[in-house]
Structures are given as structure tokens and as C-alpha cells.
Design a protein around this ligand. Structure first.
Ligand SMILES: *Cc1c(COP(=O)(O)O)cnc(C)c1O
Length: 394
């Protein structure tokens, strides 16, 4: 059976052009970019070209880009680096209730060393209110970190407005843009962003490489200590081929963003329309329009998201659910609970994220099997809650 991959928010395939750009940095230019000889210079040129491509995509200067080992590391670096560097100024961080674990768990960790956190709530569409950011800022606040778009339900946050509030109050603003870089236009100046995290494997680059944008003038404590690489901002010999891959992925994404968005949002809307139209008691999670172009996410009342995922896998489709099964009991996602959904509804979540390689015909095939699987799972479960009465409305 031909597989259909609908889980691009988890990871994307490495584009062949990206792999082609990377290969010479294993076979030919394998020098250490810190070395002064010709071999080192060749590797350094690859790294610096990648830095320029990435900076161009973000509207940044190339010396504001620090390569890291992943999106998670960039998130850790931003939060721990600010907490450490500005420890004398304050001890308060503002974040949201829907952050990725890379932020959420880092904030929790910093709590053990005396950093206090405010977790801002979201409305039923998953939006953070910029006025709530303004009200939460105190003279002890050193950082606001709100993600650009949520990986589970796709809502795009009003980052430029939140950035403007932070700028006005003189507080640093970080955003986890792992889901948006290469997919949604970003201009770090216009959006008042001081720090931004990204990851190559979410934009058709390789795994294990990311970057942190640090606005010129923002100095934070290094997270990885050792040699003086990345202008002393991130030690360890660079993942040269990975960085070259990230640069090429960023260059291609910048060139093709409009086309790709038209393609993916068309498929996304086909999925949303098809599923809401064919199946009763299904809720679209996240914002109806202000959402990632590639993301359709639902709660299918009366079933377990994980059961639906496994049945779809059997039928050849790779999708995702927000609930993580630990020891036989599925834990509802903190993101879906933050939308005000009851735990059993949150456990029924399913996420379908499309990519540049998907086709309308693949979506048609999904829409053929999806209602059949849902019906079978619902027939097996004891009862089916009336969804409309149990979820928040405006
Ligand atoms: C995938 C993801 C991360 C983690 O990036 P890695 O490179 O896999 O460590 C962080 N934040 C968000 C929103 C993500 O989707």
C-alpha cells in the first residue's frame, strides 16, 4: 500500500535539493570551519552562506544568527540565557499556556532556580491577548516568550502586537517560530522580535540543526560552553553539512513560500471542509482562519485520538494526535485543555498537517476512509457526547 504522509508538523522530509547541497560538505569540504587553512575556509564559506540565506528569510542581519543543535536547544538557550544574563534586573518571565514542551519544561526548570513565571491563558481559538501581556508585565519582568504558531492546533499568534507591547515596556521578546519559519512570512524588525527559535527539520531541512536569532545589542549568557564558535555565543564544532542544509532549505522556502502556501492551504481547506461536512460532532480546534497554512486539527467526540491514529496508520495514512499515551491511559494535551475543552474531548484530538509533496487526490483518499473509521470506533464506544453543549462558544 502506498503511504501518505500527513504529519508535517512533526517533521518534514529533507528536500532532494537540500541533500544535494549538503553532500559536498561530507565528501569534499569536511574541514573544521575554525581552521585557518584552505580546508577550514571552504567549510566556513558554507556556514556563512547558510547564515546569509537564513538572515534574508527573517529580515535579519547575518551576524544576528546563531546556529544551534535543534529548535529545542534554541528555546533553552533563549530562556536560560536571558534568565542568567538579566538575573540582577529581575526574576519574572511571561509565557503562554500553549507553548511547546521545549519552552514549557524550560520555564518549569528555571522555576527551580528562582525564576517566577506567568502563564497567560488563551481564548477558545487559542489566541493570546496582547493586552494581557501588557497587564502581566511588572518591573521584575525580564522576558516575554510567546510562540508564533502552535504546533498542535495551528493558531497563529499576534506576534507583532505582542512584540510592540514588549518594546514599549522595555522587556525582551522571544518567540518560538519553529512551526512558521519557511511557511509564514516573518520580518523580525517589523514584528519587534528580539529572540526567535527555529528548526531545520520543520522546513524540509535535516534533523539536529536549528538556529536562534538574537537581535543586535541583545547579549545573553551562552548555553553551551567550550570553544569560541559562533562568535562565542554557542560552543562546539559546527554541524557544517546540517547548517548548509538549513541555509538551502531557508533559501528555497523564501523563493517558493507563496506557491507552497497556496498549495498547502488549498489541501488544508479541502480536509477541513470534507471532515466537518461528513462527520457529526467534530470540532475544528484552533482559529478558523488565523492558522498555519498546512494544519487541520480536530476533536472527534466519542473516540480516542490514538485509536483513530492507529487505524489511519493501518490504512496507510500518517497523522498525529495531541494526546500522549503513557501506561495505557492517554493524557490530554495541555494545549487543548487550555482551549477550555473537557479532558475526554481533548483526548479525541487528531492533527493532519500537509506538505509540499501532498496532492488533492491523497486528500480525497483520506476523506474516503476517515468517516468509515470514525463510525466504526464510535459504534464500539459506549456513548457519544453531544459536543455542541460541552465546548466553549463566544
Ligand atoms: C518541533 C518543535 C520544536 C522542537 O524542535 P526540534 O528541532 O525538534 O528540537 C519546538 N517548538 C515547536 C513549536 C515545534 O513544533
Amino acid at each position: 500500500m502506498e503511504r501518505v504522509y500527513f504529519d508535517h508538523a512533526a517533521t518534514t522530509p529533507t528536500r532532494p535539493e537540500v541533500l544535494q547541497a549538503m553532500l559536498p560538505y561530507y565528501t569534499e569540504h569536511w574541514g573544521n570551519p575554525s581552521s585557518l587553512h584552505l580546508e577550514g575556509v571552504a567549510a566556513l564559506e558554507g556556514v556563512e552562506r547558510a547564515r546569509t540565506h537564513l538572515a534574508t528569510l527573517l529580515g535579519a542581519d547575518s551576524d544576528e544568527i546563531v546556529f544551534t543543535g535543534s529548535g529545542t536547544e534554541a528555546d533553552n538557550h533563549a530562556l536560560a540565557g536571558v534568565a542568567h544574563a538579566l538575573g540582577d534586573k529581575g526574576d519574572h518571565i511571561i509565557t503562554s499556556a500553549i507553548e511547546h514542551h521545549a519552552i514549557h519544561d524550560t520555564v518549569e526548570h528555571l522555576g527551580r532556580v528562582g525564576v517566577r513565571a506567568t502563564h497567560l491563558p488563551v481564548d477558545e481559538a487559542g489566541l493570546v491577548d496582547p493586552d494581557a501581556v501588557r497587564s502581566a508585565i511588572t518591573d521584575r519582568t525580564i522576558l516575554v516568550s510567546v510562540m508564533h504558531a502552535n504546533n498542535e492546533m495551528g493558531t497563529i499568534e499576534p506576534i507583532a502586537e505582542i512584540g510592540a507591547v514588549c518594546r514599549e515596556r522595555g522587556v525582551l521578546f522571544h518567540t518560538d517560530a519553529v512551526q512558521t519559519v519557511g511557511h509564514v512570512p516573518i520580518d523580525v524588525r517589523r514584528m519587534n522580535i528580539d529572540l526567535l527559535s527555529l528548526s531545520a527539520h520543520k522546513l524540509y531541512g535535516p534533523k539536529g540543526v536549528g538556529a536562534l536569532f538574537m537581535r543586535d545589542g541583545v547579549t545573553i549568557t551562552s548555553y553551551v560552553h567550550g570553544g569560541g564558535q559562533e562568535s562565542g555565543r554557542r560552543a562546539s564544532t559546527e554541524n557544517v553539512a546540517g547548517i548548509v542544509g538549513l541555509g538551502e532549505a531557508a533559501r528555497l522556502a523564501g523563493e517558493e513560500m507563496e506557491q507552497e502556501t497556496a498549495h498547502t492551504s488549498g489541501l488544508r481547506d479541502q480536509i477541513i471542509g470534507g471532515i466537518l461536512g461528513a462527520i457529526p460532532d467534530v470540532l475544528l480546534t484552533g482559529h478558523p482562519t488565523q492558522r498555519l497554512p498546512n494544519s487541520a486539527s480536530f476533536c472527534v467526540a466519542g473516540i480516542e485520538g490514538e485509536a483513530l491514529l492507529l487505524d489511519l496508520d493501518q490504512e496507510g495514512f500518517a497523522v498525529s494526535t495531541g494526546s500522549a499515551c503513557t501506561s495505557g491511559v492517554s493524557e490530554p494535551s495541555h494545549v487543548l485543555l487550555a482551549l477550555g475543552l473537557p479532558p475526554d474531548i481533548a483526548r479525541s484530538s487528531i492533527r493532519i498537517t500537509v506538505g509540499r509533496g501532498n496532492t488533492a487526490e491523497e486528500v480525497d483518499r483520506l476523506l474516503e476512509v476517515f468517516p468509515r473509521i470514525v463510525k466504526r470506533l464510535r459504534d464500539m464506544s459506549a456513548h457519544r457526547p453531544a459536543l455542541a453543549e460541552r465546548v466553549p462558544h463566544d
